[in-house]
Structure formats: C-alpha cells, structure tokens
Write a protein that binds this ligand. Sequence first.
Ligand SMILES: [Ca+2]
Ligand SMILES: [Ca+2]
Ligand SMILES: [Ca+2]
Ligand SMILES: [Ca+2]
Length: 571
Amino acid sequence: MKIKRINLIIFLAAVIIIQGCFSGIKAQGSQVKIYAIQGEQHQTPYLDKTVTTTGIVTAIASNGFYLQDSIGDKNNLTSDGIFVFTRTNPRSIKQGDLVEVTGKVNEFIPKPNNLSVTNLADNPRFKIVSRDHDLPMGIILGINERQPPTEVIDDDNFAVFDPDTDGVDFYETLEGMRVIVQDALAVSSNNSFGEIYTVVDGGINATGISERGTINININDYNPERIQIDDQSPISPKETPTVKVGDRLGDVTGIVSYNFGNYEVIATDSTAPRQIDLQPEITELIPTSEALTIASYNVLNLAPDNPQEKFEAIAKQIITNLRTPDIIALQEIQDNSGALDDGVVDASQTYETLIAAIINQKGVKYNYLDIPPSNGSDGGQPGGNIRVGYLYNPARVELITDSVERIETDAFVDTRKPLIATFRFNNNNITVINNHLTSKGGSSPLFGQIQPPINNNQETREAQTEAINNYVKTILLQNPQAKLVVLGDFNEFEFLPPLTQLTTLANLTETLPENERYTYIFEGNSQAIDHILVNPSLLPITTYDIVHTNVEFSELVSDHEPVICRIILTS
Ligand SMILES: [Ca+2]
Ligand SMILES: [Ca+2]
Ligand SMILES: [Ca+2]
Ligand SMILES: [Ca+2]
C-alpha cells in the first residue's frame, strides 16, 4: 500500500510538472485583443477559434477569472473584458496580474432562453507576464459616462446593435468589465438570492420611479435601467448588505456578468448602505356606516404549520394597516396539513388560527367562507391544496348563504377556482368574485434570447378572464343593477389582455397614478398583479388603495401587497 501511495505521489508530481510546462510554454493561437474577441455584437466573431490574448486579472472566481485589456479601445460598442473559464479556482494567479491566456472562444448560455456570455474555455492555458498592476479604471455607470437606457430592453430582436437605446445591447458592451454603479439607489429589497436591484444616480434619470422608490413597469417600459448587484464568493468581500427600497448603496464597484436571465454587477468592494426611514403604509380607507371596505390579499401559502409570528403579522396588518376591512378576499390558503400531502382538504384550522390571532390583538371576530378543492386538483404547492376564501365581519355584513359557488368551467381545470359570494351591507347586495389565476411561471427572461419575451400561460389566463367575464355578464343579464366586485391575484398586469378583457368592469388599479400601480416586485420591477374591478357605475363612489406593507422590505409577511377598496353605499 505504501509503495503504491508513493507511486501516486510521484505520478501527481509529474502531472503538476507537465501542467507547469504547459502554462509556461509559448502560447499558441493568434494574438487577439479582448475587445476584438467581444466584437460590436452579442456573439463573438471568433466562436470556437483558439486565440491568445492579454489582460489584467480584475477578479478571481471559483471557476475562473475576469481579464480586462489594460488600456481598452475606447469604443463604447465593445467590451474590454472577458471571463476565462478554468473550472476550478485558478490559485496561481492574483488580481493585478498581467496574464497571457490561450483558449477557445466560447459563448456560455447559463440556462435555456438566456443570453450567452463570451469566455475563453477548453482548459485555457495562461502565463503570468508580470504582477501588481493597477486595475483598469471602472467605467462609471451614470451621469457623465455610460447611462443605461431607461425604456427599451430590445426593439429589433437583435437585428441592430444599438447600446445607446437598447438595454440588452448596452450591458453586452460592458460584459466582463469593471464598472462603478454610481450612487446606487435600491429599488428592491434583497431577494432570496441576496440580489439587490438598483438604479444609478439615485434614480434621477430613471423612468418609472414611484413615490416610495420602487421602479414600476408600464406597457412601454420594463426598465432596462435596473442594475442587479450580486455577491459572489470569492469575488465579493462579504455578503451583500440587507436593504429595503429607497436605501442608498453609494458607488458600487464590480464586474458585469450575466446569469439566470439577468445582467448583474458582481460587487468586488464592500459598500456601506445609507438606510432611509420607509414605513409600512396604513390605509385611509376606513369602514363607516355607509362605507363598505373590501380587501384582497395573497397570504403566501398560509398553513397552520406556518410560524405563529406569520399569523400575528398578518393579523396586525389586517387590523392596523388595512383598518379591519369588512370583507377580506384571501388567496393561497392551504389545507390543515399544509404542504403535507395526506389527502386533507379542509382548511378550517388555517382560517381559525388567523381569526384567533386577529381576536387576540383586539381585532374583530371574523367568520370565514371556503369551498375546498378536490384533493390535489387545483395546483399550487404539492399537498397544500391552495384555494381562495373569505374572512368577513358578521357585525358589518351578512352573507347570503345560497349565493356561494365556484366557477368551474374548463378554463379552471387543474387550477384555483374563483369563489363567489354575495354579502348584504346597508340594504345593498354586493357580489364578490375572488380569483387566483394561473401564474406567469416559466416565462422567458426580459434580458433573454427570445424577444419579445414569452409571457407564459397568458392564453390560459385569457380563457380564465373570459370565463369570469361571461359569469359577470350572466349576473348583469339577470339583474342589470347588480353591484359587482371582482378581485384577487390575477398574475397579470392591468394593461394586458387577460385584464383588459374584463370589459364589463372597471379596474381600480387604473385609478391610481401610473407609477403607483404595484403589488409585487419581480427582478426589481414593481408591478400590479393583484387588482380589484367594479362596475363602472360604482367608480364615482369607490376609492382604491394598494397598501405597501411587504414587497419593499427585506422582512416580508407575503410577497404580495394587500389591496383595498371602499364603496359608499347608502341604504
Ligand atoms: Ca459577449
Ligand atoms: Ca438592438
Ligand atoms: Ca424605465
Ligand atoms: Ca395538505
């Protein structure tokens, strides 16, 4: 055994010597500057060619290193940086080394439908020419240097390389380079990956910034000016700081890369964020003897085995931030066994735990209303049997019990069924339809190969809103004076067909200023996917509020904001 081990050591030593010889031999392949490898385009003109290039090592990753031309070509159409993919940590080299690399030019696609990242691969050989160089100056992203486009991500399906106007082309010209994100303003809190979305220059030239500091989408603007700051070991000195919307990160130095469908700046230097005092909102929509309030809230897979703190926090939001609405339409209520897949569909404990938490905090005693799905038939987290349901305050409204039913047409096979209930308030009947439409999961990235991106399940949602619209029309045919409130998590924006198809109703989201229409933040883009719609005739007596309590903060109860309307109803 001993002899064998010695043999192995000798063998390994030989391998190391041979490898050392390789990295010391004169590099093969033609000499090409990094900016020529990148070219004025997304795809390298040197694909699959073996080239030799030289640059300064700017950062060392766990599987390679970033190399940047020491001078650059001063051409805003080409990147002066590139990733060298060595598979393992290249321990022999250091930041500041001038290195000559020979490798095969490759375009790496991190995930399906993603853009590609130019790199030198195929076991690249490298030799250190000299050490301890100053790093190339970071390109300032911001006023006076390179400002990201603010509206267009791509409008030519990659036919024209126009970094001044197209975000997808802009970041390509910086791929692998050192940058300084100037006066970064957080437009999101850290997501579950620790990533923070920011805009430069405190948002001064960004379009879509809301009053509270998020960056909101509209039909013509999905915000190419969002810059994701990420931490990556061992490049980043420490964890990305924890921030909320509106916090300032100062100037963030890092390397531009791309992963999981987004460009990103991998921070190389630490930052000290400046926190602002952003508080959860408290609605001004108070119930009165002639004012009915109705809220809608996706409570993120609420189940009895959730921490009691979550129930307490939702109870506090209902009492304090929503001012005890008369009716609360809930989405993502799970059954009594939560994600445990044991055939249970009854959700009484989920509702009762929430109701008890509200009573405990000196709130009113709500009743609940629910029709359970058949086991496993309505989608969502496996075993959870999520459904929509209601809490209502029996001291304020009376439930018309024979009004309760679900829409169960083909459009709602394998997904959550809308739940209808009519309530009586101040001698008025109000019919509420609570919805949770099929999600956008599986959509292709905004910064992806497919332009315009795929909006997954849009046709499914369109069929669902058509079914809802047909139901509404039937009610109005029977009673043209029927008062209708159609609400919930529609998983779609107010300006797209699933919502705009609900032609018999008015979307209260559209009564708010455009920048303030958000209930959710996805990849830094604030957006409205929860809505309340009413008969157009109710608009003059209805007020709407999106109550910002969750999505802007790093500690959130749900990934959605609750929304609420108040309708004045005289007897
Ligand atoms: Ca490239
Ligand atoms: Ca373009
Ligand atoms: Ca914008
Ligand atoms: Ca279960």
